[in-house]
Design a protein around this ligand. Sequence first.
Ligand SMILES: Nc1ncnc2c1ncn2[C@@H]1O[C@H](COP(=O)(O)OP(=O)(O)O)[C@@H](O)[C@H]1O
Ligand SMILES: O=C(CO)[C@@H](O)[C@H](O)COP(=O)(O)O
Length: 501
Amino acid sequence: MPHSPVVIGVDSSTQSTKALFVDATDGRTLAVGRSPHRVDGSAGARETDPEQWWQALREAVAMGLKESGVPASAVTGIAVAAQQHGLVALGRDRRPLRPALLWNDTRSAAQAAALVAALGGPRAWTDPTGSVPVAAVTAAKWRWLCENEPSTAARCTAVRLPHDFLTERLTGVAVTDPGDASGTGWYSTATAAYDPELLQLLRLAPELLPTVAPTGGTRVGTLTTGAADALGLPSTVVVAAGTGDNMSAAVGLGLGGAGLLDHPVLSLGTSGTVFAATRARPATPALSGFAATDGSHLPLACTLNCTLAVDRVATLLGLDRDDAEPGGEAVLLPYLDGERTPDLPAASGLLTGLRHTTTPRQLLGAAYEGAAVTVLRALDEVLRACGLDPASPAVAERPLRLIGGGAQGRSWVETVRRLSGRPVILPTGTEVVAVGAAALAASAVLGTDPVALARAWGAGTGPELPPLERDLATWERVGSVIESATPALFGPGGVTDPGSG
Ligand SMILES: Nc1ncnc2c1ncn2[C@@H]1O[C@H](COP(=O)(O)OP(=O)(O)O)[C@@H](O)[C@H]1O
Ligand SMILES: O=C(CO)[C@@H](O)[C@H](O)COP(=O)(O)O
């Protein structure tokens, strides 16, 4: 009997690649293949060889095929969602000239500040792009490459984001989507096209860039013979344009034009992000005003230090992840990688409020609190960007959808509930970025709306935990330390503009 059609949603995130095999008829997860990658670098550098992502994609697909027992002939579509912003510089042979500069590489902070000044301040950037450049933004990374490795920049014949690089490996087609493009700093969310004035300022030739597909669910082509051989899949498999990981999570949760708008999400991974899909184009210096991949928008704030940083504190203390209790007087800002929100690229971890009575478990709890308050402080701004009044009781009761690896952890869930005072939904689909990519793939195969499809699949629904009484004392204690964490405290490299996102 023929197998029902299967689509593969790929999440190529900072730490690993996941390939989710989904039954396209009902959204059932059949298997998930996984393969880790390495992030190299110290003193602000964060790099990964893009060939590692390609290798990991191959391994994750092979694992998924084996575990699902699905015949390769049943696979009809694939799409890639990946970590945002990373700069992939390719040479004439379409191979990387150097490792990718990742979203959490802070060496480009000075270039970001110079770009803001060159255009006349934050508003001059939010008007076209929706966002103010910070070290994470690809435009700042391109300028860093030009200034620090000019011969590599001169040899560069193509500039790609992580998901574009992988989509091109699959199809041979140079294509991106509006969602991931909106994190580059050279794409205008106002005109839905690359901005020629910004490209000129960046000294980036438009020929180096991929074309922008109308949506992440656009059919780009089919697998090349080489990619089909490498993946063990038929060359008839349809490839969709794909998108950035946060945009894909929105699709997987059923948020967007054909789904729920203005419902907040908190993602707990290497980065902490808070965002919502909304109708109006965001343009405030306090947030990244991204495009979603389906024509709606995605106001978002992102921190550099979330699960990985807290896990590191647990390791330093010799404790298990969940061996934590509320921090008491201790405040720990786990800014081990510098920080993006607030914009403190030269920051390091900060501990204050230590007493003779402070226990290691409280210190770990303080790290959870520091990371959680840092990202949750942007939630009200996200709600305002959705046209909502955060102070209104109906908005305050709106549940927060918790996703990312951290949503699997008891301490993360309890810390977020205690500090937000909101109901929390734990979606049943634990790999919502990959679910979103699978919905984009299915959309390219079937011609349906990806958000509507993902809603029907139901991955965004799950148990709703009731609100806990809000721990305002901790919220305010941690918040006041964040307010005092100025660039001057962390030495050179800090940026004085409070714009973040
Ligand atoms: N059961 C768990 N409890 C707490 N944290 C977890 C758990 N499982 C995974 N994680 C965290 O999830 C993170 C990976 O999540 P993921 O969303 O895949 O990250 P990324 O997208 O940045 O690669 C790890 O840093 C790990 O700390
Ligand atoms: O830079 C951002 C968002 O602007 C990050 O959210 C990256 O997209 C990386 O995500 P994770 O690997 O942490 O999921």
